[in-house]
Design a protein around this ligand. Structure first.
Ligand code: NAD
Length: 295
């Protein structure tokens, strides 16, 4: 790679923009965050994707404080965790996240999971709208929302999320949900864009990678970029951190896209199902109020 790659930005429906490739920090230890996230910033990443649940907002905050890259060139996402859903709880949780990150304003704040059983995501969304109105958050979005969840918050508040961050990789391409995003002008952001590394050995991907003189991870990330998604790959290995952002000087062919389209699997989901995620812990807490030993 020659020089630091320039990552294109894509426009959001609220007038702001977001780098198309970012650095995900799930499972990066808080203490190690400054070193690893610092490596990513040096490699050219300008979007950092954290969450309260990752336990490393403070480590990300220390990284931001220590970097020479100006704040206005960095795009920071964090996410509200499930147990803080609800209007007042959300406002409090936001303050805690902002303090840990050491930021007055967060670029993108996401509702991490809809948790429909809690029936609180609409009130949570109203608090997000308020935070945006107060200027504490530039853009507001959601994560793991189904089409129904999206239509509910849009119908009840009239405010369309800028982003829906969803599980998306060649093994699980989410075509129906992406169509809904297109209808409403919501940017699709891909989590686990590399499928956590699981499908990378696929011979079809290997053949494409060999033809371009690239790695399978680079082919998959290029596929995300050419589809117009935002992708936030994670790696703690410096060479891979550099490899994963070096995807802006080659292009896939129509045939490559057709081959990758064929890797989609109805049962390709590797993470939790958003229609039920959060239910078990929520039920346990609810029942726990009456009987600690029931479930
Ligand atoms: P990913 O698809 O980014 O895969 C990461 C794994 O792939 C690494 O741990 C490594 O094993 C492997 N890998 C990375 N680069 C590689 C390379 N160049 N060659 C070969 N293998 C490579 O999966 P992820 O970490 O689950 O997701 C990325 C980010 O998405 C997270 O860090 C987090 O920020 C976000 N995320 C969000 C949600 C959500 O609910 N919103 C859920 C999961 C993840």
């Amino acid at each position: 790679m020659t020089g630091r790659p320039e990552v294109p930005h894509i426009s959001l429906n609220d007038g702001h923009s977001i780098p198309q490739l970012g650095f995900g920090v799930w499972q990066i230890d808080d203490l190690k965050a400054p070193e690893i996230v610092g490596t990513a910033i040096d490699a050219g990443y300008r979007l950092i994707d954290t969450a309260t649940d990752y336990g490393n907002e403070a480590g990300v905050g220390r990284t931001l404080k220590g970097t020479a890259v100006p704040r206005n060139q960095l795009h920071v996402t964090t996410k509200l965790w499930n147990d803080s859903q609800g209007y007042d709880q959300t406002l409090r949780a936001f303050e805690a996240s902002a303090a840990k990150l050491g930021l007055d304003v967060i670029d993108l704040y996401l509702i991490h999971w809809p948790c429909p059983q809690r029936a609180a995501y609409v009130d949570t969304w109203r608090a997000f709208i308020e935070l945006r109105k107060q200027g504490r958050v530039r853009s507001i979005g959601v994560s793991n929302f189904t089409t129904d969840n999206l239509e509910r918050i849009i119908g009840d508040t009239g405010v369309v999320p800028a982003v829906n961050q969803i599980e998306l990789h060649p093994g699980f391409q989410q075509r129906t949900l992406r169509e809904a995003h297109e209808r409403y002008g919501i940017v699709t952001e891909a989590w686990s864009p590399l499928g956590q590394g699981r499908g990378l050995a696929d011979p079809a991907l290997k053949a494409i990678a060999d033809r371009h003189g690239r790695t399978q991870a680079q082919v998959v990330l290029r596929w995300h970029i050419e589809n117009g998604f935002v992708a936030i790959p994670k790696s703690a290995t410096p060479a891979r951190i550099v490899e994963n952002i070096d995807v802006f000087s080659f292009a896939l062919t129509k045939e490559d896209h057709a081959t990758i389209a064929g890797l989609d699997r109805a049962d390709g989901r590797i993470g939790p199902d958003p229609t039920s995620f959060g239910r078990e812990r929520f039920l346990r807490r609810l029942v726990g109020r009456f009987s600690r030993s029931w479930i």
